[in-house]
Design a protein around this ligand. Structure first.
Ligand code: PLP
Length: 387
């Protein structure tokens, strides 16, 4: 019996994540330095872990409201106001989700009818296009390049709009490039969204991880609050990937629709993670600052290292990735990543895992120790010198 024939054709048609494949190969090899993982090497700060343990002692083991604990929603609203002066009603404009991952899926399913088009600037996080496809939409990719610092412009987007375009999905600070868009540049994207009456989904999971740059929350731009769904979470800034918690903030209609799906598929985000997230928002800021300072030092180290090796490297202003060009080696991204792994035991992710416009680049995460980065750079330098 060929069971795969019985699967949904939509699921059959989407490729598995190009990142996981490399993790699997690297996991079976000894002495590998991984610059592949998109997750902090820090453990969740102790006071956050402790709040969860204390919560368990107190017997916090139940379901919560579908929207999430009201106290957490209030803290989220406070932090969005403090950071970006944008206001939300904690009772109906915030939904606590199982990571930004779930929020992204919910947003797509709540908005899209079959055939609706979503503009997706590339290179982009691996799940964007698949989430659109799984929700019955059509992802229309818009390439960005190193020439425009991997940012989009309204002029460029104009070429991809059709009568079916419903949503623009953006993610800055960007994974994999580290690009951050200025407020001014985002203002022209806002005008574009208004002109074409688009809904904007803005994945701001790396908002707190910026260096020599300021993050602008898209919904804080004039007239954008109600047409924007802001997605954010705890995984990156608070080193809480395994807790699986994030949130969406938007107008009550969008959040209500997303909550309808969430209540039937997830019911609620685990209460343990919600208790910890309250602590993160209330008292986690100094730890975030500490981690950002660390990442910034590593960012400088790896950026200088790649430039010394002779690979063109765009200066990332956010997240914890660098995205050097490997075009000068004459290899494809995949060949580069495979040969580097086999000969020098350094794992990184080929740029085309993030879309066609990522071809010719590789993504390296600097969420690892200075020692690992230094050693990896030596190995990469030795490898590149062969070409
Ligand atoms: N969005 C981006 C841009 C990411 O890089 C990631 C994880 O790597 C996610 C969303 C997933 O976040 P979460 O852990 O909150 O599901």
């Amino acid at each position: 019996m060929n069971w795969s024939e019985r699967l949904s054709p939509t699921v059959n048609a989407i490729p598995p994540s190009g990142i996981r494949r490399f993790f699997d190969i690297a996991a079976d090899m000894k002495g590998v330095i991984s610059l592949g993982v998109g997750e902090p090497d820090f453990v969740t700060p102790w006071h956050i872990r402790e709040s969860c343990i204390y919560g368990l002692h107190k017997g916090y083991t139940s379901y919560t409201s579908n929207y999430g604990l009201l106290e957490l929603r209030e803290e989220i609203v406070k932090s969005l106001y403090n950071d970006y002066q944008v206001t939300y009603d904690p009772r109906q404009e915030v939904l606590v989700t199982v990571g930004v991952s779930e929020a992204l899926d919910l947003a797509m399913r709540a908005l899209l009818s079959p055939g609706d088009e979503v503009l997706v600037p590339e290179p982009c996080y691996v799940s964007y296009k698949s989430c659109v496809t799984l929700a019955g939409g059509v992802a229309v990719t818009v390439p960005t390049s190193i020439d425009n610092q991997f940012c989009i412009t309204a002029d460029q987007l104009e070429a991809y709009v059709t009568p079916r375009t419903k949503v623009l999905l953006i993610g800055y600070p960007n994974n994999p490039t580290g690009a951050v868009m200025t407020r001014e540049a985002l203002m022209s994207i806002a005008a574009f969204a208004q002109k074409h009456d688009l809904i904007v989904i803005s994945d701001e999971i790396y908002a707190k991880l910026t260096y020599d740059a300021t993050h602008t929350c898209f919904s804080s731009l004039p007239d954008m609050r109600d047409r924007t769904i802001v997605l954010n979470g705890f995984s990156k800034a608070y080193a809480m990937t395994g807790w699986r918690i994030g949130y969406a903030a938007s107008n009550a209609d969008f959040i209500g629709a997303m909550t309808k799906i969430h209540q039937y598929t997830m019911l609620c985000t685990p209460i343990t993670a919600q208790v910890a997230a309250i602590e993160a928002l209330k008292r986690g800021e100094s730890q975030v600052t500490h981690m950002v300072t660390e990442y910034n030092q590593r960012r400088r180290l790896i950026l200088d290292g790649f430039r010394e090796i002779g690979l063109e490297c765009f200066e990332p202003k956010g997240a914890f990735y660098v995205f050097p060009s490997i075009k000068s080696t004459g290899l494809t991204s995949l060949e580069f990543a495979e040969q580097l792994l086999m000969s020098e035991k350094v794992a990184l992710v080929p740029g085309n895992a993030f879309g066609d416009s990522g071809e010719g680049f590789v993504r390296c995460s600097y969420a690892t120790s200075t020692k690992n980065i230094t050693e990896a750079l030596q190995r990469i330098g030795r490898f590149v010198a062969k070409f």
